[in-house]
Design a protein around this ligand. Structure first.
Ligand code: PHE
Length: 435
């Protein structure tokens, strides 16, 4: 089975696809706000520690499970721990991926809607209250968000059905550099606004007094979400890596691009928010209520670039979620890539429509995945890679059969973190989230 599987054609495609999955709404609507709320540069340090010591080792765990087996999430766990119940744990990740895809696509649909508005005349908002009522009216109309959901999911499906390298890899190779360029343009515009300094201070001034237990839990939760951990996307993409690819290398580059993008997003958003004297918020209200007001005052180019960036960031993430389900249907159920994509598209459209029409369903799906399923998935991957795979197998695949000096040097620390530290950290965040 493994021989006939598709694979990414180059190292650049692997890193861009992984970075594309990682860079998404989380970087834009959560990270900048969190940094400002929890102590600026002080929070960034804590975040980096969580990323390097806990999130990245889980990334490596998922990646090694995928690359060493060359199979989908279910098949990979089955081949590492045959005859045990571990393979069923793969379903948790596949379900999580499907659920995230469904509600994430609703937001992707909103960005299609706002991009179209920004391209046509009439993208003008007086104040956040008026922008909020436009956003409410759009959602109340039902037809508009559903149509945009179909467009967004349809785009996702077209790219996935085109194949791993020709679809996913090629799309990421073109759009990711473009995304960085676009966000840099907004950073440049934003930093030149009068009073932009207050936004820079908000992001960078270190305030160690704001660092509390909640800040650490937030940093850890964000590091998980942003690296797309626990839902099988890293596992599935890694299963399409060629033998010569290096897990340490691709993980470090993806995390680096992800972090740099999150910081750029902060410098694109916060200076503008402060320059206009508006309260920074987070989540949908930041992107669809606050920022349209600010960006629409800067002419038509900035809003178009901004919503195109949101759309690309969301698409490269939704593609990775859809691929987890498609890989499972193709590998385990023998479906063609095209049929597997169509089937998943139809099912995600059904759940996505429920999310679009009911805020309760939307927030339940969000809560269930971010707080329960993603954590459970990450825990399973850490245990399987750290305890079910033999140390020598792990070493072999992590170090490319001992040929990579950097990976060989990093191996003892990473293996220790995966076995002991990450499972404990996951249990700690789960407990912190519930109490
Ligand atoms: N990492 C993405 C973001 O920051 C979200 C995501 C979660 C993508 C799970 C894929 C899988 O928005």
């Amino acid at each position: 089975m493994a021989q006939t599987r598709d694979s990414f054609g180059s190292r650049f495609a692997v890193v861009m696809a992984l970075a594309g999955s990682a860079i998404g709404l989380g970087n834009i609507w959560r990270f900048p706000y969190m940094v400002g709320q929890y102590g600026g540069a002080a929070f960034i340090l804590v975040y980096l520690a969580c990323l390097v010591l806990i999130a990245l080792p889980i990334f490596f765990a998922e990646s090694i499970i995928g690359k060493s087996t060359g199979r989908d999430t279910f098949g990979a766990l089955e081949s590492i721990a045959p005859g045990t119940g571990w393979k069923n744990a793969g379903y948790i990740a596949i379900v999580a991926s499907f659920v995230v895809l469904s509600f994430y696509s609703v937001v992707g649909g909103w960005s299609v809607d706002y991009l179209l508005r920004a391209c046509t005349s009439g993208f003008h908002f007086e104040d956040p209250a008026q922008a909020a009522s436009v956003f409410r009216d759009m959602n109340a109309s039902a037809v508009e968000p559903l149509l945009c959901l179909v467009v967004f999911l349809g785009l996702t499906a077209v790219i996935v059905s085109a194949g791993v390298d020709k679809g996913i890899g090629r799309f990421a190779k073109i759009t990711m550099p473009l995304l960085f360029l676009m966000v840099l343009l907004i950073v440049w515009r934003s930093l030149h606004l009068p009073g932009a300094r207050a936004g820079v201070d908000y992001l960078l001034r270190p305030e160690f007094s704001k660092l509390n237990g909640r800040a650490v839990a937030a940093a850890l939760g964000q590091a998980f979400f942003t690296l797309s951990l626990g839902v099988g996307t890293v596992l599935t993409y890694s299963s399409y890596m060629r033998k010569e690819e290096n897990i340490l290398h691709s993980g470090l580059w993806s995390a680096f691009f992800d972090t740099v993008f999150a910081l750029f997003a902060g410098f694109a958003i916060m200076p503008a928010v402060f320059s206009y004297g508006i309260e920074p918020g987070a989540g949908p209200s930041l992107v669809f209520e606050t920022l349209p007001v600010i960006f629409s005052r800067m002419g038509w180019v900035v809003p178009v670039i901004f919503f195109l960036s949101i759309l690309i960031a969301a698409l490269t993430s939704s593609i990775s979620m859809l691929e987890v389900v498609v890989a499972w249907l193709v590998d385990q159920k023998g479906m063609s890539r095209r049929n597997a994509t169509i089937l998943t598209f139809v099912c995600a459209l059904a759940l996505g429509s429920a999310c679009a029409l009911s805020p309760r369903v939307f927030s339940t799906c969000d809560f269930l995945t971010s707080n329960v399923l993603m954590m459970a998935g990450a825990f399973i991957f850490a245990i399987v890679a750290g305890w079910k795979m033999s140390r020598s197998e792990f070493h072999k695949h992590f170090t490319n059969f001992g040929t990579s000096r950097a990976s060989s040097a990093a191996f003892p620390l990473i293996y220790f973190l995966i076995r002991y530290i990450t499972p404990i950290a996951i249990i700690a965040i789960a407990v912190a989230n519930f109490f």
